[in-house]
Design a protein around this ligand. Structure first.
Ligand code: SF4
Ligand code: SF4
Ligand code: FES
Length: 488
């Protein structure tokens, strides 16, 4: 450890740390644009200037240097917020905004933009330039997912370094020099295929890189993030699901906007995904926003939930050889509830709810895993996997199958067996089941998933379930009451 001084206070730093790293580790704030804790250090934006003084030297008589690339030395004295530092930051911001359009009113980044924040903290003045701003391309399409506003770009090169150092696609670069510099994709289209491309939207410190899905859809202050887990593969990345705040509920326009996923962003978790997620995680609305089933049925005939439950209980009570296919999208709590309530009554196997979709990246060395289900590890800790050969799973006298979740064709079930089906989505199989019970999805309840490395992550509810939809955990308890009574 090395002792040095920040704002005249002694602090400890690791050997080889920079002033930026040591200051952050000790709770001191230094602004930055181009620096990112997971990327190399280009030192190009100069906003992180600090003043370095000798012992006994007054503030204002030291020298200025960038904190992000300055190694700590023993006894060093750093001032992070002196008059000299604030004056240089103001000059730096005046330079950076010479050609920036300052169109915050229509910019998706407004409310989350560090340039906006630093401008109010350190500058606050209109542009000092008498020259007209240099205009550049607006809405330049980098890929189907991302558009670039070159006028807003401050050339921090974070996006370029991300594709070189993290996603390894080498898909972005800087074209031309000086105030003609432009971020451009490599012309072979590889940015389109970068499975992590949307992370550049998050790390762009300004509103230059924008999601086409989210563009002009909502101001961020109308939205709230709810901590959740991506169910897209067994990595189980920690994410924030953004949805409309209840106080900003729309009353006149399409009310479905009040209960939809507006965007998904990473929630930094060093134990699982660091600060990144893949593009599939961004697209959770496509998985969780599918048409929902909210009507219990008996062979396709709509009934209320208590009637459907009574029929399911009767089937369970009468069955001689019941088999269950357990969902690997069920939460730890639901799996435990199933095991406690029905695990002793059914021969249970874990099925695979989701297979890789055509064209989907199957696995890589960064985050994406081949198993496209969130809770296989926890499910298989309780029950064996479903054998590939259906004959081994279903003995000839199987007379009842409980299917929990999607992904298993009814055509593979024993033809004479009765079927109890628990599912969340509007699918043709629902009407073919003897008893169909609509269940909630993860954005409507609280729970935990265990990823392939054994890390347990929590998810929280974002929306209320529709009337007629039940939580699987409650259904298992309700089904057990009578089933046990019948079997004793
Ligand atoms: S587009 Fe954003 S991340 Fe990329 S260089 Fe410009 S400001 Fe930086
Ligand atoms: S790596 Fe897997 S868990 Fe993480 S965001 Fe992508 S699909 Fe979701
Ligand atoms: S953050 Fe240090 S130069 Fe950009």
């Amino acid at each position: 450890m090395v002792e040095f001084f920040i704002n005249d206070q002694p602090v400890q730093a690791e050997d080889n740390q920079t002033v930026m790293q040591a200051a952050r580790a000790n709770g001191y704030f230094i602004p930055y644009f181009c620096w990112h804790p997971q990327l190399s250090v280009p030192g190009n934006c100069r906003i992180c200037m600090v003043e370095v003084t000798n012992e006994g030297q007054a503030a204002g008589s030291g020298w200025l240097d960038i904190a992000c690339n300055m190694p700590i030395t023993k006894g060093m004295r750093v001032l992070t917020d002196s008059e000299k530092v604030r004056s240089r930051r103001k000059e730096t911001l005046q330079f950076i905004t010479l050609n920036h359009p300052v169109d915050c009113g229509i910019c998706d980044k407004a409310g989350e933009c560090t340039l906006q924040d630093y401008h109010y903290e350190y500058n606050g003045s209109p542009s000092i330039s008498r020259e007209p701003k240099v205009h550049a391309s607006k809405h330049y399409k980098l890929s189907e997912r991302i558009v670039l506003d070159n006028e807003r770009c401050i050339m921090c090169t974070r996006c370029v370094r991300f594709t070189r150092e993290i996603s390894k696609s080498d898909a972005l670069g800087v074209l031309n020099r000086g105030d003609h510099s432009l971020i451009r994709p490599v012309e072979d289209g590889r940015f389109e295929h970068d499975a992590y491309s949307d992370n550049v939207i998050d790390i762009c410190p300004v509103g230059a890189l924008l999601s086409t899905q989210f563009l002009h859809k909502a101001r961020v202050w109308y939205l709230q993030p709810t901590a959740s887990v991506c169910p897209g593969c067994e990595r189980g990345c920690t994410v924030n699901i953004w949805h409309r705040k209840s106080e900003w509920k729309l009353k006149a326009l399409d009310a479905r906007q009040n209960a939809r996923i507006d965007r998904v962003t990473p929630l930094e978790n060093p134990a699982v995904n660091g600060p990144w997620i893949c593009n599939k995680g961004r697209d959770l609305a496509q998985i969780l926003g599918r048409a929902r089933a909210d009507q219990a049925m008996l062979k396709g005939r709509p009934v209320d939930l208590p009637t459907a439950l009574a029929s399911a209980r009767a089937l369970i009570g009468a069955a001689r050889r019941p088999v269950a296919l357990v969902s690997n999208w069920g939460s730890n709590e639901e799996l435990a509830a199933y095991q406690q309530a029905l695990g002793g009554r059914f021969t249970s196997f874990v099925k695979t709810d989701w297979q890789p979709a055509p064209g989907e990246p199957v696995e890589d060395g960064l985050l994406i895993k081949a198993d496209k289900n969130p809770n296989t590890a926890a499910a298989r800790a309780l029950f064996p996997p479903l054998p590939a050969d259906a004959g081994s799973a279903f003995p000839a006298d199987t007379d009842l199958v409980l299917v929990w979740g999607e992904g298993y064709s009814f055509a593979q079930l024993p033809p004479r067996a009765k079927i109890i089906y628990l599912n969340s989505w509007l699918q043709p199989e629902n009407g073919h089941a003897d008893v169909f019970l609509p269940i909630s999805v993860m954005t409507e309840r609280r729970g935990h998933y265990t990823n392939f490395e054994g890390t347990v992550s929590a998810f929280e509810p974002c929306f209320a379930s529709a009337p007629g939809v039940a939580h699987a955990q409650d259904l298992f308890a309700a089904l057990a009451t009578r089933a046990m009574a019948v079997s004793t």
